[in-house]
Design a protein around this ligand. Structure first.
Ligand SMILES: *[C@@H]1O[C@H](CO)[C@@H](O)[C@H](O)[C@H]1NC(C)=O
Ligand SMILES: *[C@@H]1O[C@H](CO)[C@@H](O)[C@H](O)[C@H]1NC(C)=O
Length: 547
């Protein structure tokens, strides 16, 4: 659960950056396709009949005023013209939703533009178009859609040519039996990859082209121009799910690019993710081949991606790196949210490939320490002056793992109003338990959760969150910390005191301590009062003396 939450959060930051930069970009095209182009204008009158007559139609539902539609319009026209020449059976069409509201409502259109692929007039089975949005990409995507999901070349020459033509990783079926699993996976993933059935007669011939003996494999993933290094998958173990998963991992490029389109496949992969942030195409180019080699060497263990810091710089902050010092290289394991980065002070111009290679090796040898985002440790004076124990990234595990004490932690954010309101009460609570003097076995602590990157064995959904870690409590396996009890009552002094007594392992009664504190304070006040009287008397005397 946490993983998904995390990844959608990252996606949100990625998308936010992208949409802002696009909204700021040019959108001076016309949303309505060029009337001289091959784009067909559809209305409720001709819609059904047109679709019935055409086996494959990409339909754009749009509004003339929408910015993204204006960007798409000219590209859509160009794609339609190019298809009209090369693949005249594939049609591109437009529905203006400001003119044909009803039609758009029927399709449940909620945003513009929405693109749908409709086959053989079967509107019910319309698929959302998720391909590129520039002319050649659109055309290419639609050509792929027009092919059968699994291609079956008739001759060895056709097969060789088909393999040679591929510009993206693709999947070969090399067991001779017709295979339902392959067909099913191909139907779903046809938009991403080519699926090719290697006929029975060609399997031997194909085998001679491979570096390894892959006789046991039923399926191969091949990267473009790298047939010899095909990767095999044992068909005996295959079902739709396992084959899909395997394809998802093996088809990722050795050094890929993380952007809106590829984001999800990287984030859902269970492997650690290594990022190379760059600011210019030259920077990326300079390392691309070497990082691809590295990616190949570590295939199945780590994914390595490039990330354009101009668009996604903010993501560097999320992995505790400085987005201004680029190129940078960092590794993140999504699962446990640990981050490792090459020291940016040491390599202000970016690390060399050699340094990166060593870093990745050290990562797998367990030699790296994760980067912990942390405020400065409090000084001795600060500790003495503040009854609330201040937790930061660097002392968090040490203090929280002090298993002889009941530790009550307030996780807060500096901007949160409820946190500010609670602050004096929290301080009073700490005062009552003599929290910073270590007398009562109860520690009252707090941590700015936005400035310190720490594990919490609980899913924090808002601030403040108050968690009590009972002394000698049971250990949470994932974080290695004790399992906390959540405070969910009214955030008032009495209820907080009761909560510590009821849920702490030491059962310390704060009410008694509170009474003692009150007495002590009164005594102190009296003493202070006496002292003041004396001072005043002395002052009077001085005044008199002066007279
Ligand atoms: C589509 O192609 C056909 C055949 O080449 C041509 O006659 C027609 O003018 C083209 N349509 C458009 C709109 O370009
Ligand atoms: C906390 O202490 C327990 C028991 O001594 C240990 O197993 C665990 O690794 C420690 N966790 C951390 C985060 O230091």
């Amino acid at each position: 659960m946490q993983f998904w939450k995390y990844s959608t959060k990252v996606l949100a930051t990625l998308l936010a950056v992208v949409s802002v930069s696009q909204a700021g970009g040019p959108a001076d095209g016309d949303a309505v396709a060029d009337p001289n182009s091959a784009v067909v204008k559809l209305t409720s009158d001709n819609f059904a009949s047109f679709l019935e007559e055409n086996p494959l139609v990409l339909t754009e539902f749009f509004a003339p005023w929408c910015g993204y539609c204006k960007m798409l319009g000219p590209e859509f026209s160009k794609a339609a013209d190019s298809l009209n020449e090369s693949h005249p059976k594939i049609k591109l069409a437009q529905v203006d939703c400001t003119q044909d509201e009803e039609l758009c409502m029927e399709f449940g259109i909620r945003g513009y533009p929405t693109l749908k692929i409709i086959r053989d007039g079967d509107s019910k089975q319309a698929e959302d178009y998720q391909g590129p949005r520039e002319a050649s990409g659109i055309a290419e995507h639609m050509i792929k859609q027009s092919l059968p999901a699994v291609q079956i070349p008739e001759t060895w020459e056709d097969l060789e040519k088909l393999i040679e033509e591929q510009t993206k990783p693709f999947v070969l079926q090399v067991n001779s039996a017709t295979d339902d699993i392959f067909q099913k996976v191909a139907n779903v993933k046809r938009k991403d990859f080519s699926f090719i059935n290697v006929g029975k007669d060609f399997i031997k011939q194909l085998g001679t082209k491979l570096n390894k003996d892959l006789k046991k494999a039923s399926y191969l993933v091949v990267h473009p121009k790298q047939l010899a290094d095909a990767i095999g998958f044992d068909g005996k173990k295959a079902d739709v799910e396992s084959l899909t998963k395997w394809i998802d991992v093996e088809t990722l490029p050795y050094f890929g690019e993380m952007d809106r389109d590829t984001y999800m496949s990287y984030m859902t992969s269970p492997l650690p993710l290594a990022y190379y942030f760059y600011k210019t195409a030259e920077q990326r180019e300079a390392v691309a081949d070497d990082l691809a080699k590295l990616g190949k060497q570590y295939r199945g263990k780590i994914n390595i991606v490039g990330l354009d810091a101009n668009l996604y710089g903010r993501h560097a902050e999320a992995i505790n790196m400085d987005p201004e010092v680029v190129p940078l290289f960092a590794i993140q394991l999504i699962e446990d949210n640990k981050k490792y980065g090459i020291n940016q002070k040491e390599y202000p111009e970016g690390p060399s490939v050699k340094v990166i290679e060593k870093f990745v090796k050290d990562y797998f040898d367990g030699k790296l320490k994760p980067i912990v985002k942390s405020e400065e440790l409090p000084t001795a004076e600060e500790i003495a002056a503040n009854p609330v124990v201040k937790l930061v990234g660097h002392n968090y595990n040490d203090i929280l793992n002090n298993s002889e004490k009941d530790i009550f932690v307030k996780y807060y954010a500096p901007w949160c109003g409820h946190c500010k309101k609670l602050a004096p009460t929290w301080e009073e609570l700490a005062e009552i338990f003599g929290s910073n003097k270590g007398e009562t076995g109860v520690i009252i602590a707090d941590i700015d959760h936005t400035a310190n990157d720490v594990d919490v064995p609980f899913e924090i959904q808002g601030y403040p969150t108050l968690l009590l870690f009972p002394a000698n409590g049971e250990i949470d396996e994932k974080t290695g910390l004790r399992k906390p009890v959540v405070f969910e009552g009214q955030r008032e002094l009495d209820s907080l005191i009761d909560f510590v007594k009821e849920n702490g392992a030491l059962k310390v009664d704060g009410t008694e301590l509170q009474a003692k504190l009150k007495e002590a304070r009164e005594a102190a006040e009296e003493a202070a009062g006496d002292a003041k009287d004396e001072v005043e008397e002395a002052a009077e005397k001085v005044e008199h003396d002066e007279l």
